[in-house]
Design a protein around this ligand. Sequence first.
Ligand SMILES: [Zn+2]
Ligand SMILES: [Zn+2]
Length: 652
Amino acid sequence: MYVNVAFPLKMPLLTYELPSGAPSDMTGRIVRAPLIGRSIAGLVVNTCNEPEVTLKKNIKAVQNIYKRVMSSSAIAFHQWLADYYLSPVGNALRSGFFDEIAAHVIRGPEDGQIERASIEGSVPSSFSPVANNPALEAICESMRLNGYRSFLYHAGSSVDEKSLLTATLTYLRGSLSNAVILVPEIAQLESILPALLGLFGERVCVLHSKLGRKETAATIRRIMSGASDIIVGTRSAVLAPLRKVSFIAVLSEHSRSYKAEEGLRYNGRDVAVMRGFYEKATVLLSSICPSVESVYNTAIGKYVMLNQMAGTEQGQVRPKIKIVPLKTGGTSLFLAPEIIKEAGNLTARGKRFLFLVSNKGYSFLRCEECGFVERCRTCDVPLIYYKNEDALKCRYCGVMQGVSESCANCSGVEIKAYGAGIDRVKEQVGVLLKAEALVIEKGRTALTAYTERSAELAPLVVGTGYAKGLAYKRDGEEKPFGAAAFLNMDALLLRPDFRLYERAIQEIMAVAQMVSNEGTLFLQTKLTQNKVLRFIRSYDFSGFYRYELSQRKEFNNPPYSRLILFTLPVRNEPGKLLIEVQRVAAGLDTSNVEVFGPVELPYHSKKYHFCIQVLMKSKERTALHDEAKSLLRKLGKLKVAKIIVDVDPLDV
Ligand SMILES: [Zn+2]
Ligand SMILES: [Zn+2]
């Protein structure tokens, strides 16, 4: 008998011979086998009586056989994961904690001393009985049936979103085992962990990418030994080695944080649904503004929609959203007088006001005569002016240079600040309101207990998107701000991305979570007639999804088609390689698949400065995957440092 073994490496399955007396149930067992002169742990994916003819020579024997760690449905799930994301099974196993699993099985269980979560448990008090809650009733009914089903819940607020989850868990408390709860960011764990610990105590464990190696190993040991079966964490927790999964919840299912941007580039939300499918589990996706893909999946019957979210007119209390036109010209080019006036009024009444800004630094510098803006030579993006340092800095590579007296393009001397970053907004707020604003920015202000405290008290806060992290911790309490102003709405509305409107509405809905229900969220824009702003202003979700789906359909964009993006990073300008990739791409079968590129683009990393990209698009998944595999094989024969395959990319 022979076994096909996956090693946690980027390589295909290898065939080994079994020693006599080996157990008959080999599939899903850990084995040790010789590989390039070493003995390495791998997973038996399947068995066969005869190896492929081509392989018959040089087949080595398995050295050690350990216990079974994966059911056949778990193996099928990992094979899907690898196949869908165009990667060897071993690579999928590695993302799924295979090294820790193998170490646990081979060394045997050690004393899994894991640091107890420092947060105290508390049983949720807001418990609504199942009879009055149709959403809860539907989820519990599905759990009773023990089959696969995915639900989508469109929550009215992030507090609503968490109360459906805690109500479900409270109701199922006595019978629930083997559950996974996903949140997009580590910071959000704190808002649900006390309720989980209150309900399930020691059975709860936390899994995320910021755990150290020892902590991860200890957590995997707890899961493998059965001590923990309620797993809460970020993206990677979806791959936790539970023997069986019965329930998976994905909070803020629309979040981009679920997409892995290195290694196996999976989307944790999509993987949750497929794991649920393979393991016959109930999957609950929820969001205050669900992804267009998920809404589409409810329309075609793949997911069950639990509720229909109504606009403001139908009773849901939410902060008012007001569009503030930003006039070109006038005294303040980046801060509408109406917003300043409102901030002054509110703070005078003891309320707090938040300015949200997209850009760091002070501004860009532009030549008044020719419009020239200095750009980074490596990254080809405009350099940002930092007033305190009196220097220009690249936001990607961090290169700094002095400010020249005259324009490098026309030698003009009228060089002026253009646009506004966080520092310029703070300066202007200080001048106009005669008050010091607190700045919250990633990198500059780590959210230490001290800054968190002052951020809770400061009447005026100027922040980047990072400031939103503050709101997560305040969930369920009074909302932190009386009003907020989103200053760079136009940056959200002018991105070259087919998902730009979806991202814009999701971003604004997240910001609205920080403003008290009686308050106002101001959106400052020059594009007052923009269609999506009308949907946002009235919380018209059904209008938005209808419009957006019609646009996606018209331009054949996801969810009406599927995309795979190939990126080949290179150190220097690609030149000859680009021609070779062109030749390879020209040889693809384009009867069912559209191929865009190759194109040469700047690439923002320390090692690589350029990249070549090829985008594939098709309505048919199988045709797309077949052509993508063929392209991958051919690209592999060229001399390239690295090939990044991104299935269902979020940034195109
Ligand atoms: Zn100039
Ligand atoms: Zn740069």
